[in-house]
Design a binder for this molecule. Structure first.
Ligand SMILES: Nc1nc2c(ncn2[C@@H]2O[C@H](COP(=O)(O)OP(=O)(O)OP(=O)(O)O)[C@@H](O)[C@H]2O)c(=O)[nH]1
Length: 593
């Protein structure tokens, strides 16, 4: 929209803005409600009772047959393989015996271990053979997605117990579930998971790429911190689900979860802190918490450096600090954004809506490590989906922020461009916009009207300056009403106005000017005690090639004086520019001539 019209429509824009803000408030409220419902989804999970399980910690010198014997004799603790269970991977690891229950799945089948963490798992096939596997393993021909899968040959009786060993590992053990499926069933669920995970990663990475582009284009670090956060969170999920290795086949990242994975966890919270500080405008809405949040954002990379330093003592310190710091930091972000939101930061609400489900799910996944919510095996997948959900919510928030900034800028521009008393364009803005218009097409006809109120001094003297101001406002409003939205109207000086009419010929311009002249008279504003009404004298000049705004105004002003001399309350048309004037303008436009 041209700048002049934008300013002119600013008043009606205010009403639209209020409607828009209410709609936004409603949208955010609904978003929060949806988020809350997402967090409160009942922990319903149906799992098939198709196996029983027994387990014990592995000891040095254990033999597989001995463990199977112990299981057969009922000397091992029992667990439900369909519920999430953590098996120790410190020391010598852990043995797990799975006993399929009838009805048995015969023929070729698949044992899958969901969310196994980064450790290695070995299946003993009962004939002295073993198959070892890990999420970042590229050896086996068949590899699951988001899970470890073992091919159970048809030759192994369906009722045979399966012996699995969780090998010793320095990485944290994760709660796992076990399942035996026929190949078609397994392939179907694997394809579903792949589609789900690919969609979540695609959303997060697309939003991160978009944020990076915006960071570069707008030179706004808020977008950069946001992109950094999303990339780190995607990396964390990529490690945890094994998506980086299968299907992405990023072999270079195999074995890096203890360093790069941990760094990604720490950096994601650090980036989230930096992002939230700017996004929720903590400096304005929660200034006391800004420094602690920034301190946390800077502290986390330091801990990461200690963790990857390779110096034992420092690694130990980092290892001790990292988890408590993560928990404290996450809570700090939550509290800071909640305070900012309550104090009026609209974008803090977006942050809360996106970040809270993720935080709750992360906390619930951690709780599963301690034997809580063992039925809810979809929680790790929900944490992945929450990442995508958060990416969408925060991207909408960032778009809203960009719009808000733009609207504020537009409003400031409108204020700077408009005349404080009458609300029409001021002289500087008129000159700029009119120069743009005249420069954009010389072939299009245009006319400039110069208005000067008659005997305005008398009105001021007799009725006071305030009455004079009211008259100026009334005249400006009347002129604005009469003109087309595309015509520019400006207050040029004290009681002088100018209008630039586009696409009119001389005859049309004279008709418009005459109509405006009559309109001012019809305002019935008395000038003095003798009952004379306020009138206006108008000079009209048609735009010629080589005309500048100044030359056009100058000719219209001269015509206006002629109207004054001829008795006021009338319109006079300016003569075409004299050759001297044209030559002067040509010289101005091209100083070398
Ligand atoms: N109330 C009010 N008066 C203003 C404002 N700006 C300029 N004026 C007054 O407008 C009057 C202009 O007077 P003149 O230039 O003598 O012109 P005039 O009285 O209209 O006489 P003619 O133009 O010859 O018809 C002066 O008295 C200014 O003080 C304003 O913002 N508000």
């Amino acid at each position: 929209m041209p700048r002049g019209i934008r300013i002119q429509s600013s008043i009606s824009g205010k009403a639209d803005e209020m409607v828009w803000q209410n709609a936004q408030r409603r949208f955010i409220r609904r978003l929060l409600q949806a988020t809350a419902s997402l967090c409160l989804i009942a922990a319903m999970h149906v799992h098939a009772d198709d196996m029983t399980g027994q387990w014990r910690e592995a000891r040095k010198g254990d033999r597989p047959e001995q463990v199977l014997d112990e299981a057969r004799n009922g000397r091992l603790p029992v667990f439900d393989p369909g519920r999430m269970q953590v098996f120790p991977t410190h020391g010598e690891g852990a043995w797990v015996v799975l006993r399929p229950l009838p009805p048995w799945v015969s023929g070729e089948r698949v044992l899958s271990i969901r969310s196994p963490g980064m450790g290695r798992v070995t299946l003993y096939d009962g004939r002295g053979g073993t198959i070892g596997m890990a999420l970042d393993d590229f050896g086996p021909a068949v590899h699951g997605h988001g899970r470890l899968v073992f091919d159970i040959p048809a030759s192994l009786p369906a009722s045979s117990p399966l012996l699995v060993k969780f090998e010793p590992s320095s990485t944290l053990s994760a709660p796992v579930t076990f399942r035996i499926d026929t190949w078609p069933d397994y392939l179907r669920s694997d394809a579903q998971w792949l589609a789900f995970a690919a969609a979540c990663f695609a959303v997060m990475l697309a939003m991160a790429a978009m944020a990076l582009c915006f960071a570069l284009m707008l030179r706004d670090m808020t977008f950069a911190w946001y992109a950094g956060y999303l990339l780190c969170y995607s990396l964390i999920q990529g490690y945890q689900t094994g998506f980086l290795f299968h299907p992405l086949e990023l072999k270079a990242l195999a074995g890096t979860s203890a360093t790069l994975g941990v760094a990604a966890v720490a950096m994601s919270v650090s980036f989230a802190a930096l992002f939230m500080t700017r996004f929720a405008v903590l400096s304005e809405f929660a200034p006391l918490l800004r420094m602690p949040v920034l301190g946390f954002a800077i502290g986390m990379p330091v801990v990461v450096l200690l963790r990857v330093s390779g110096i034992d003592a420092l690694v130990q310190v980092a290892q001790t600090l990292i988890n408590p710091l993560l928990i404290l930091g996450a809570l700090l972000l939550l509290v800071a954004s909640a305070i900012a939101a309550v104090r009026g930061s609209r974008h803090a609400w977006f942050f809360l809506a996106g970040w809270t489900p993720l935080l709750i799910l992360t906390a619930l996944c951690s709780a599963q490590m301690n034997g809580v919510l063992t039925d809810v095996s979809w929680l790790p997948d929900a944490a992945l989906a929450a990442g995508a959900f958060e990416a969408i919510v925060l991207s909408i928030g960032l778009a809203d922020r960009a719009l808000t900034i733009r609207r504020d800028r537009d409003r400031a521009r409108v204020l700077a461009d408009s005349d404080a008393l009458t609300g029409v364009l001021n002289r500087r803005a008129f000159t700029e916009v009119a120069t743009e218009i005249l420069g954009s097409g010389t072939s299009r006809p245009a006319a400039l009207l110069f208005f000067d109120l008659d005997r305005f001094k008398e009105l001021n003297d007799c009725q006071g300056h305030a009455a004079g101001d009211r008259a100026l406002v009334a005249v400006a409003a009347a002129l604005r009403m009469e003109l087309r939205p595309s015509d520019l109207l400006a207050r040029y000086g004290g009681e002088e106005f100018v209008a630039l009419l586009q696409g009119v010929d001389r005859e049309n311009a004279m008709q418009v000017a005459t109509r405006l002249c009559r309109r001012v008279h019809r305002l019935d504003l008395e000038v003095g005690p003798n009952g004379a009404l306020l009138t206006v004298s108008i000079g009209m000049a048609m735009r010629h090639a080589n005309d500048t705004v100044d030359s056009l105004v100058e000719r219209a002003d001269t015509a206006m004086y002629a109207a004054k001399l001829a008795g006021r309350n009338r319109v006079m048309s300016a003569a075409p520019p004299t050759p001297v004037l044209v030559r002067k303008n040509e010289a101005k436009a091209n100083p070398s001539v």
